[in-house]
Design a protein around this ligand. Structure first.
Ligand code: SF4
Length: 316
C-alpha cells in the first residue's frame, strides 16, 4: 500500500519513489485513485483555458524542442499579429466557457507593443475572464505594467534542462518568477517539456519548485517530437507515464484551483485532471501556422472530454 499524508509536504525522496512506480502495477492505480480523490475533494469545477499564439518568428530562446527555435525554425510561415489582428483571433477562439485567456509570444515580440495588445484584449473580453501572458522574461517594472494593462496572471516556468536544452539561463527564468510574484500576478506553473531522457530527480526538482511557489494552477506536459526540431528523435513518454507524473505533481503540490495535463490526453484524465487547454494561432509543438488546424484542440473538444470525466465547465 502507498502511504499518503495531507499533513506532511511530500519531499524529494517520496516524489522520486512515486515517480518510479511501474505504470502496469496495482500501486499505479492506487496513485491515480489518491490523486483523483484529492481533485474531487478540492476542485469545484472543470476549466478550459484558451491560448492564442501571437507571433511566429525564429526565437533567440532557441529551445531544442520548439518549432520556432532560431537554429531550426520549422513553422510554415512567419508573422507578428498586431493588436487589431489579435482581437480578431481572440474573437474567433473564445466562447463563454473559457475562463482564462492566454496570450503567447516568442521572445521576438516587442515588449511595448505587447502591453498594447494586453490592454486592447482586456477591453474586449468579459471582465470575469482572467487574462494570462505567456511571454519572454521580464523584470518587476514590466510585471507591474502587465498588471496595469489588464493581465491577471503569467504562465512562466523553469523548463527541464533550462540553459542546456535552451539558450536561456535558469537564473533569468527564476528572476521573472520573482517579478511575477512581486507584481501580484497569478502564476501558472508546469513541469515541462518531459521527455524520455529526463530523470525522476530532475522532474522532482520542478515539482518541488511548484510546491515552494504555492502554485494554484499546476500542470504537467510531455515533450512532442516535432519534425525538424533537435528533439525530434529523443522519444516521447507514454500516456500512462504522463498520467503518473500528473498524479504525483497533484499530490505533492496540492493546487487549490486546477490541475492540467498537456497536450490533451484522455488517459491522464484518470489522475483527476480538471483543466485543459484549447489552442489557436502558432504553437511551439506544431509546424502549422494555425494549430487549430493541426495539433490544437478546440474549446468544444476540451469541454467534451472534461464532461466525460465528470467535470462540468460552466459559462462565465
Ligand atoms: S519555447 Fe518559447 S522561448 Fe523557447 S524557442 Fe520557443 S518561443 Fe522561444
Amino acid at each position: 500500500m502507498l502511504n499518503f499524508s495531507e499533513e506532511k509536504r511530500t519531499d524529494k525522496a517520496e516524489i522520486i519513489r512515486l515517480l518510479s512506480l511501474d505504470t502496469h502495477s496495482a500501486e499505479f492505480y492506487e496513485l491515480l485513485a489518491e490523486s483523483e480523490a484529492y481533485a474531487r475533494r478540492t476542485f469545484r469545477r472543470g476549466y478550459v483555458f484558451c491560448q492564442v499564439g501571437l507571433d511566429s518568428n525564429p526565437c533567440p530562446g532557441n529551445c531544442s524542442f520548439c518549432s520556432m527555435a532560431k537554429s531550426h525554425f520549422v513553422v510554415g510561415g512567419r508573422f507578428t499579429r498586431t493588436a487589431e489582428e489579435t482581437l480578431a483571433e481572440v474573437e474567433k477562439a473564445i466562447t463563454p466557457q473559457v475562463s482564462d485567456l492566454f496570450l503567447m509570444t516568442t521572445e521576438c515580440y516587442d515588449k511595448e507593443a505587447f502591453l498594447g495588445v494586453v490592454k486592447a484584449v482586456r477591453k474586449a473580453i468579459p471582465s470575469s475572464m482572467r487574462l494570462v501572458v505567456n511571454t519572454g522574461d521580464f523584470d518587476g517594472t514590466y510585471a507591474e505594467k502587465l498588471r496595469e494593462s489588464g493581465a491577471t496572471g503569467a504562465y512562466h516556468i523553469v523548463r527541464l534542462r533550462e540553459g542546456t536544452d535552451t539558450d536561456i539561463p535558469a537564473a533569468r527564468r527564476e528572476k521573472t518568477l520573482e517579478a511575477i510574484a512581486s507584481a501580484g500576478l497569478d502564476l501558472y506553473y508546469c513541469v515541462e517539456p518531459i521527455g524520455k531522457e529526463h530523470t525522476y530527480a530532475e522532474i522532482a526538482d520542478e515539482i518541488l519548485r511548484a510546491q515552494r511557489l504555492n502554485v494554484k494552477y499546476m500542470a504537467a506536459m510531455r515533450r512532442v517530437g516535432v519534425c525538424g526540431t533537435r528533439k525530434e528523435r529523443e522519444g516521447e513518454i507514454s500516456s500512462r507515464e504522463l498520467a503518473k507524473i500528473a498524479a504525483v505533481a497533484m499530490l505533492a503540490v496540492r493546487p487549490p484551483v486546477s490541475m492540467n495535463v498537456h497536450e490533451v490526453n484522455p488517459v491522464a484524465m484518470l489522475a483527476g485532471v480538471n483543466q485543459l487547454y484549447a489552442e489557436y494561432g502558432v504553437n511551439p509543438r506544431d509546424t502549422e501556422t494555425e494549430t487549430s488546424r493541426g495539433r490544437g484542440y478546440s474549446v468544444e473538444d476540451c469541454v467534451k472530454l472534461l464532461a466525460e470525466n465528470g467535470w462540468e465547465v460552466p459559462c462565465l
